[in-house]
Design a protein around this ligand. Structure first.
Ligand SMILES: *Cc1c(COP(=O)(O)O)cnc(C)c1O
Length: 375
């Protein structure tokens, strides 16, 4: 159907073999594969606690619950993100407070705008490292200390990215990751939460499995006979099949992120002199995970023109993101939000194809088609 897809899932023989071996092992949920996946994740991120969960949204939900967000609390969130970021706040009964991004070149949350929206009810901030590019962590951490706020990093775009030589996801109180098929690491559905804090870790562990005091795995191993339920929890566990894919995917993350980086830099070289659009994040902080490559067209007319032509050339594009505060559900419950830059960008951004195995021929075809569209 597409001559160049937006993203391509990179599953190789080792992932397939892992799944088959796991299927044959006779144990399919929360066993050795999940434990190994979590251990490898902890090693890679150099952090004490990691919990595999059923998806990235569950990771955000559990982080908000562990942080203690609830009715009456306000949590600052971006609007230029996937809806899961702010939904997680609402699941807990707290109120998402939307904040604008820095500029049309730096699509991460603005520290100045965050500070303007802080009230006595503000309990935390969920950051999103858009496209794999780090938020301004220094100023945000300073602000969080000043107002005693919990920081949750929505790291769905950024596994492997760094700022000040520190991995994103390890700087805030919680780091949340998604393994949905279009992300830098995939397990189909899946997610991970990391934290340094033992109190948060214990809470996440309980919340993930219905606050059961022992798990099937412990009982299977003869460690326990029965269990108690000491709170209201969920089933947000990851299964062994997905974990066994994740172990292999993690081994390839650095290499694949490097390949993404090369493709992005080549895009920039080929497109930076075009006058009909700009490229956000050409200048950026730290080390990106290069999850997305977006261009910022001058206006809706150019956006439509490029999108239509690329579609005709069978090149798949996307748009990250329709602002969350403009969705009908959000407009109904949170009217009167205005975010000038985010709203302006919604008529201008286009996401172009980017995946580690993208060839120069594919990329040249995309670049030529964009130039043709603007003729
Ligand atoms: C993908 C994504 C999520 C949600 O992850 P799921 O695994 O699909 O639940 C959350 N936030 C952002 C920014 C994402 O891109």
């Amino acid at each position: 159907m597409w001559r160049v897809p937006l993203s391509k899932i990179e599953i190789e023989k080792d992932e397939i073999d892992s799944v088959i071996n796991t299927l044959k092992s006779g144990w399919l949920s929360m066993g050795e594969q999940v434990k190994t996946f979590e251990d490898e994740w902890k090693k890679y991120f150099d952090i004490n606690y990691a919990f595999a969960v059923s998806n990235g949204t569950a990771a955000l939900h559990l982080s908000c619950l562990a942080a203690g967000f609830g009715p009456g609390d306000e949590v600052i969130v971006p609007s230029l993100t996937f809806v899961a970021t702010s939904n997680a706040v609402i699941y807990c009964g707290a109120k998402p407070v939307f904040v604008d991004v820095n500029t049309e070149d730096d699509l991460t949350l603005s520290t100045l705008e965050i500070e303007k929206k802080i009230t006595s009810n503000t309990k935390g901030i969920i950051l999103m490292h858009y496209g794999g590019y780090p938020c301004d962590m220094d100023s945000i951490i300073t602000l969080a200390r000043k107002y005693n706020l919990v920081i949750i990093e929505d790291g769905a775009h950024c596994p492997g990215a760094e700022i000040n030589n520190t991995k994103l996801g390890t700087i805030g109180d919680f780091g949340c990751f998604s393994f949905f098929p279009n992300k830098n690491i995939t397990t189909g559905e899946g997610g991970m939460i990391i934290t340094k804090n033992v109190r948060y870790a214990n809470k996440i562990k309980s919340l993930r499995s219905h606050y059961m005091t022992t798990l099937t795995w412990d009982r299977h191993q003869g460690h326990a006979k029965s269990y108690d339920v000491t709170g209201l929890g969920y089933n947000y566990r990851l299964d062994e099949l997905r974990a066994s894919i994740g172990i292999k995917q993690l081994q390839k993350l650095e290499f694949n992120n490097q390949k993404r980086g090369k493709i992005v830099n080549r895009y920039i070289n080929l497109l930076e002199n075009e006058k009909d659009f700009t490229i956000p994040f050409v200048q950026h902080r730290g080390k990106s995970a290069y999850h997305l490559f977006v261009i910022n067209t001058n206006n809706l007319f150019n956006k439509n023109k490029i999108e239509d032509h690329l579609k005709k050339m069978r090149i798949q594009t996307s748009f990250h993101y329709p602002p969350v505060h403009l969705f009908s559900y959000y407009k109904k419950h949170f009217p009167e939000v205005t975010l000038p830059i985010t709203e302006r960008l919604s008529n201008k951004l286009i996401t172009l194809p980017l995946f580690p195995s993208m060839t120069y021929q594919e990329q040249d075809y995309v670049v030529k088609s964009i130039k043709d569209a603007m003729q």
